[in-house]
Design a protein around this ligand. Structure first.
Ligand SMILES: [Zn+2]
Length: 82
């Protein structure tokens, strides 16, 4: 079975990342991620949904400490903003 069939919709992952990081909305999180961080932003594992507070802004396959897979991507990548 292809991996993509198990993925949650992008919006749900972004919403979870925003909630865990204490943002009121996805837009708030993406605005802060875009302008207020020094090339760092929140990220999420698209495999197990573990949320990370601080990953490289262009992270696309960082190692996830929870599921042990390289599936952590930044919220900016997830939102296709970069
Ligand atoms: Zn994971």
């Amino acid at each position: 079975m292809p991996d993509s069939s198990q993925r949650k919709p992008r919006g749900e992952l972004l919403q979870k990342a925003a909630e865990v990081n204490g943002f009121d909305s996805i837009d708030d999180m993406l605005t802060v991620a875009t302008y207020d961080y020094d090339n760092r932003c929140p990220g999420i594992c698209v495999n197990c949904e573990e949320v990370y507070e601080d990953v490289e802004a262009d992270a696309k396959g960082n190692h996830c400490h929870t599921c042990n897979k390289k599936r952590v991507i930044s919220v900016l990548v997830l939102a296709e903003l970069i």
